[in-house]
Design a protein around this ligand. Structure first.
Ligand code: URP
Ligand code: ZN
Ligand code: ZN
Ligand code: ZN
Length: 494
């Protein structure tokens, strides 16, 4: 029986090992890893010679917004499951975890989950799962957590800001306690919604509406306070949390302090906090509006340095895109959809928060990260740890023979490919801009392989796989985020 695919002669990089190995793939799985040259003669339907290349597990992007209603300002997300996962696969990501969003009027998480399945089913170029986004934790909603686990959902996201989503601390405790009982990991968006609303009123009363004031309304302390409060709430329940999209070095310090004490606190950062700054919000005309996200890009290069340091020293468990795509030109009306009458640069209060970036995540971060983090750490934070944290490991995130799906991303080291400038026209999302327009990158995936099937081939016309090959992945409990030492009764006694 021949193998389905051989990937030979590459430098294979996982979170734990680097070496020149040949890989044999059969029935969608990694079947063999063997010393370079030893599989050259073996029978296979296809051989990819990756000489000179890096062969890595496919990227796992555990923070992607697709096909969501307006929750973060005006307008619904521009990418659906087809265009968002198409963009992901072209950038080297083979698994995404998106959100199944409960609006306050949705009485049942299970029906929200069902509706999200309908959106994704047969439409995806990558494998996928969902975090349930909870905006209204009624007793009925909390009673559905065990059913969610049975349906392969082992994580939730909650918000400390946004009118449509913000939970009070007692509601957060309700969610965390029920999450603990069910072995669910809770993601928390940590910004103090009351402070930033107050700041917004203050700025507007002084006539300050431009996009750059989005950052003024959310200084680091807004994120730091909420982060610290989230840590406190988690420690009361003794249950793991992940703080999403950390931008602030001072928030990172509190996270590191909690980790040092042994608390089960995990954290995520994103490319926008390594590459964008306040000055991007102050670009002329409407350009600034394109970089509005929450938390906002921070002041400058010292902040970026601190975030890189946090990736390298383990404060940040994962690096995700927080791909949250909004169009800036309304395709039907032929005008800026988020432009408010009388505010030609946009009015920051109404500008939807979020940037697209599912396709550029790996290339941008590998460019600088190869030096700053090393190749294994790059794989760890962009793939392996997300798989471990969210119950996808070792099916995803590594290359264990007999166990792992044959999801690969094959790169050529910087200098092999002519450096080029990112432009939105090259990307495969359904958004009319990228915040990284014009930025020079020195690498791009040459092949992306999902369960043994070549989906993206840079030199063979781009997308070669079909939509619908991507499957829903049922997730188990996290192998990383375990609840603390306290016995159930100690918490339950509360
Ligand atoms: O600005 C952001 N991050 N928008 C996306 C929604 C979220 O909070 O993740
Ligand atoms: Zn080599
Ligand atoms: Zn968020
Ligand atoms: Zn997000």
């Amino acid at each position: 029986e021949p193998y389905d695919l051989l990937v030979i002669n590459g430098l294979v990089v996982t979170a734990s090992d680097i070496g020149h190995y040949d890989i044999a793939i059969k029935d969608e799985k990694i079947a063999l890893l063997a010393p370079k040259g030893s599989l050259a003669e073996i029978a296979a339907k296809r051989v990819i010679d990756a000489e000179g290349g890096y062969v890595m597990p496919g990227g796992v992007d555990a923070h992607v917004h697709l096909d969501e209603p307006p929750l973060f300002g005006k307008g619904k997300t521009a990418d659906d499951y087809e265009t968002g996962t198409r963009s992901a696969i072209c950038g080297g990501t083979t698994t995404v975890v998106t959100f199944a969003p409960q609006s306050k009027s949705d009485p049942s998480l299970l029906s929200v989950l069902q509706q999200t399945h309908v959106k994704a089913n047969k439409n995806c170029y990558t494998d996928y799962s969902f975090h349930l986004l909870i905006s209204n934790p009624t007793p009925d909603v909390l009673s559905e957590f065990s059913a969610l686990r049975e349906q392969g959902i082992s994580s939730l996201k909650i918000y400390m800001t946004y009118e449509a989503l913000q939970l009070r601390d007692n509601q957060i405790l309700d969610v965390l306690l029920e999450a603990r009982r069910n072995g669910i990991t809770t993601l928390i968006h940590a910004e103090n919604g009351d402070i930033l609303s107050w700041m917004t009123e203050q700025l507007e009363s002084r006539g300050l509406y431009a996009p750059k004031y989005h950052a003024t309304s959310r200084p680091q302390i807004v994120e730091t306070e909420a982060t610290n409060r989230a840590i406190a709430l988690s420690s009361i329940i003794d249950t793991p949390i992940l703080i999403v999209h950390v931008s602030s070095p001072s928030a990172a310090k509190h996270i590191r302090h909690a980790q040092t004490k042994g608390l089960p606190i995990y954290a995520e950062t994103c490319p926008q906090y390594l590459f964008l700054t306040h000055s991007d919000l102050d670009k002329p005309g409407f350009e600034g509006a394109k970089c509005v996200c929450s938390p906002p890009p921070r002041e400058g290069s010292e902040d970026h340095e601190a975030i890189w340091r946090g990736l390298s020293n383990g404060t940040f468990t994962i690096l995700s895109s927080d791909h949250c795509p909004f169009d800036y030109d309304d395709r039907e009306a032929g005008k800026k959809s988020v432009l408010i009458e009388g505010y030609p640069e946009g009015r920051f209060r109404y500008i939807p928060n979020g940037c697209p970036g599912v396709e550029t995540r790996l290339s941008l971060v590998l460019g600088e990260g190869e030096e700053r983090l090393g190749l294994s750490k790059f794989v760890e934070v962009t793939s392996t740890n997300a798989a471990k944290l969210y119950g996808l490991y070792p099916k995803k995130g590594t290359l264990l023979p007999g166990l792992s799906d044959a999801d690969l991303c094959i790169w050529y080291p910087e200098g092999t490919l002519e450096p080029f400038r990112v432009s939105n026209g090259q990307l495969h999302h359904h958004v009319d801009y990228t915040p990284y327009e014009g930025r020079e990158v020195g690498n791009w995936p040459r092949w992306t392989i999902l369960r043994g099937k070549v989906m993206w081939a840079r030199d063979e016309g781009g997308i070669v796989g079909e939509k619908g090959f991507g499957e829903f992945i049922r997730r188990g409990a996290s192998v990383m985020a375990k609840r603390g030492e306290k016995g159930d009764w100690e918490v339950e006694r509360l």
